[in-house]
Design a protein around this ligand. Structure first.
Ligand code: FMN
Length: 346
């Protein structure tokens, strides 16, 4: 197989999800393989100090590459070869058979994170399909019981703790894209549209965060945490539970599982709204562990899931047409019919 043929597909692979939409993945083309690595400048050292979300994002990217290649008739597989100091997770290699997956490039392109209102949550059949995707790798997808407002209290506690940390807030500010005139608005990060913020709400958030160091002692973290209640927008909260003692390579593998779970949900007309703060904050992760009766460290991801009542905004991507580094052309410019927009229910 001519590995160079994969280059043209790269922009499609960049539709993979990543925490804060940092798109940390990098591909390096070699003679016999394509190395999948990451750029540490796109990691989140404050918000994701253990690198869990980085590795989940890289795994989601690997799975996306395999799906996109298979859909284009390219035979690729992935061999894990995790090396933290070399910033490498493994290699995409020519294979005898195309990667076996029920998903297509069109699914990769149409899937999106949805932070808005959900009409209802997943039914038993969808839950079973999502759970199957995780069981294949020794994990499980579990429904987090709403438990009489307990989950809402946990979410507020997690948000308060996250907003109380100046380093985490500074990092969030770096990746927030609230100014539509800036060129990076169409490249990466979290836009006001994707966050579902009205113009006044975006302006208010920008002002509050600009004055963060002054207002922090006067209760700004509490105010920011109280400012949003995603659970009131419906859906069911699911936890992705991994096997015990998952190492770094295992977390990348679970990023692949996460992608399959999200595409399974997408195929059923559902979308995910991750609530990673519940896992990031030790106290709320412990409480979730108790609610689910699993060891807290086995919970690698938590997300609200449901049937969106309206389409979500499409998130931005950097696109590199010549190699593994981010370039200046944005995904809006991709003239590729394989990544044509599909309507939410179409
Ligand atoms: C590992 C991981 C963790 C994430 N955590 C959150 C989160 O806590 N809150 C949130 O709103 N979105 C979260 N996201 C969603 C990303 O922000 C989203 O994937 C990115 O902005 C790109 O948008 P898209 O998924 O619509 O393509 C997470 C995504 C991944 C892969």
């Amino acid at each position: 197989m001519d590995l160079a043929a994969f280059r043209a597909l790269e922009p499609l692979c960049w539709r993979a999800p990543s925490a804060h939409n940092t798109q940390p993945w990098r591909l390096r083309y070699e003679r016999w393989a394509i190395t999948v690595g990451w750029d540490p400048t796109d990691a989140l050292p404050a918000g994701d100090p253990t690198g869990r979300d980085l590795r989940l994002s890289l795994g989601a990217f690997v799975e996306t590459c395999l799906i996109v290649a298979a859909d284009a008739g390219l035979r690729l597989d992935f061999v894990a070869d995790h090396d933290e100091s070399a910033h490498r997770v493994g290699r995409l290699r020519p294979a005898r058979q195309p990667y076996r997956t029920p998903f297509r490039t069109a699914d990769v392109c149409a899937r999106r994170t949805h932070r808005g209102r959900f009409a209802d949550g997943p039914d038993a059949a969808v839950l079973a399909a999502a759970d199957d995707a995780a069981r294949w790798a020794g994990g499980a997808v579990r429904v987090v019981p709403a438990a009489a407002g307990r989950l809402g209290a946990l979410l507020r506690a997690a948000d308060r703790q996250v907003y109380a940390d100046p380093a985490v807030v500074a990092e969030l500010r770096r990746w927030l894209r609230l100014d539509r005139a800036r060129p990076d608005y169409r490249a990466d990060g979290l836009s006001d549209r994707c966050l579902g913020l009205s113009r006044p709400a975006a302006a208010g958030l920008r002002t509050a965060l600009a004055a963060y160091s002054v207002l922090r002692p006067f209760g700004l973290p509490r105010l920011l945490a109280a400012g949003d209640d995603p659970l009131a927008r419906g859906g069911t909260v699911l936890a992705l539970v991994a096997p015990p003692d998952l190492d770094a390579a295992g977390q990348v593998e679970f990023g692949r599982v996460l992608m399959r779970v999200w595409l399974t949900l997408h195929a059923a007309g559902l979308a995910a709204h991750p609530l990673s703060q519940l896992v990031d904050v030790a106290a709320t992760r412990d409480a979730l562990g108790a609610l689910l009766d699993v060891a807290p460290e086995r919970i690698v991801h938590v997300t609200r899931v449901g049937r969106p009542v309206a389409a979500a905004a499409r998130s931005a991507r950097r696109v590199d047409r010549v190699g593994g580094r981010p370039g200046s052309k944005f995904s809006d410019n991709i003239p590729d019919s394989r990544c044509r927009e599909r309507t939410l229910h179409g």
